[in-house]
Design a protein around this ligand. Sequence first.
Ligand code: MG
Length: 248
Amino acid sequence: MVSIKSKSDIEKMLEAGKIAGHALNVVEQKLKPGMTTKDIDKIVHHEITAHGGIPNFLGLYGFPASACVSVNEEVIHGIPGTRRLNEGDIVSVDLGARYKGWNSDTCYTFAVGEVKPEVKKLLEDTNASLYAAIEAAQVGARLGDISHTVEAYCRERGYGIVQDYCGHGIGREVHEEPEVPNHGRAGHGMRLVEGMTICIEPMINMKGDGVHTLSNGWTVVTDNGCWSAHFEHMILISENGPVILTKR
Ligand code: MG
């Protein structure tokens, strides 16, 4: 069932979204070559809790950290640990906060220092596909319009699209209905109505759609080893147009 949020629900989700956005800002400020992915997780945990939130990824389905930190060929669900970031790497930091019982979820892929031009383009294009999809998330539009927007934008540019994972509804739970895939047919699927809150999160590979999970049971990597980007915002569907609740 898709839950519709009231004005007071949205206020708390916006607060949860601000805490998550702030944590990403601090990660961006402190990010430098030589850091480990665990260092990033520590920053995220500290910033969320210091601002009155609860890191909602910690323990979710048994996940052992406050952020999913995925480097280069890692797509999603990277477990923070001893991997060190090098100049020229990219790192996706996916995190969320719970505030007064309401959740947020957001992700950004950062460049570590100078990255190759084609890598910079992958990041810019993936982020742009997210914003194009947000623009499609209008009252009266359908879920397939969001999915198709991401797919068309990224296919035109020759990228691979991860289809085994998708965006989702969010609210009292981090993952609620409906699923929000990154591929689909325009004009199909559920109609978007005022008060829905969803996470749109393109996961885009430099080449090829295929991904698999490592033996740790969590980390999803590209089949061909190419690099992958992931950007996510939590959105309110509103008569006044889509509202980004995880704005930084
Ligand atoms: Mg998400």
